[in-house]
Design a protein around this ligand. Structure first.
Ligand code: HEC
Length: 126
């Protein structure tokens, strides 16, 4: 009897913890981007994202972009960003019109409310 309630308690605690983690992750989905990006002008694994909204793609000073991004001709608006954070590998092909185009940024699979939050966040990042 005692053992059982300890077990139940442990699983409730585990559940509680994971739902807290999920809640913070969806509250700040852009945290995920921080593994590779600074939200400043400083480059990291990826280019610094300060002012990225409205900026021409592939133009952050000092960052070594892949060929496809370095020769990009689009500006980061809502539509482009939405496709990019969902699946950059697919988006780069669509944006360039080149089926062989590649990017170094892995697919993030961010969509729906999470994508809305990230885009709103990037918009404010000036
Ligand atoms: C695993 C590392 C990694 C993660 C995680 C990541 N990125 Fe990137 N990102 C990159 C790299 C590398 C590039 C440059 C790609 C290239 O040159 O092909 C890039 C490029 C970009 C660009 C183009 C910037 C420019 O100057 O044209 C945007 C916008 C961007 N990332 C947004 C995001 C957002 C938003 C997230 C979070 C949802 C994110 N990235 C998560 C690595 C990452």
């Amino acid at each position: 009897m005692k053992k059982k309630s300890v077990l139940v308690l442990a699983s409730v605690m585990a559940l509680g913890l994971s739902s807290v983690q999920v809640a913070t992750a969806s509250k700040n989905p852009e945290k995920r981007c921080k593994a590779c990006h600074n939200f400043t002008a400083k480059n990291k694994v990826g280019p610094g994202l300060l002012g990225v909204f409205g900026r021409k793609a592939g133009t952050m000073a000092g960052f070594k972009y892949s060929k496809s991004l370095a020769s990009a001709d689009w500006v980061w608006d809502e539509e482009h960003l939405r496709k990019w954070i969902k699946n950059s590998k697919k988006a780069i092909k669509e944006f360039t019109g080149d089926k062989k185009a590649k990017t170094k940024m892995p697919k993030q699979n961010m969509k729906g409310k999470k994508a809305d939050k990230i885009i709103a966040f990037l918009k404010e990042l000036k």
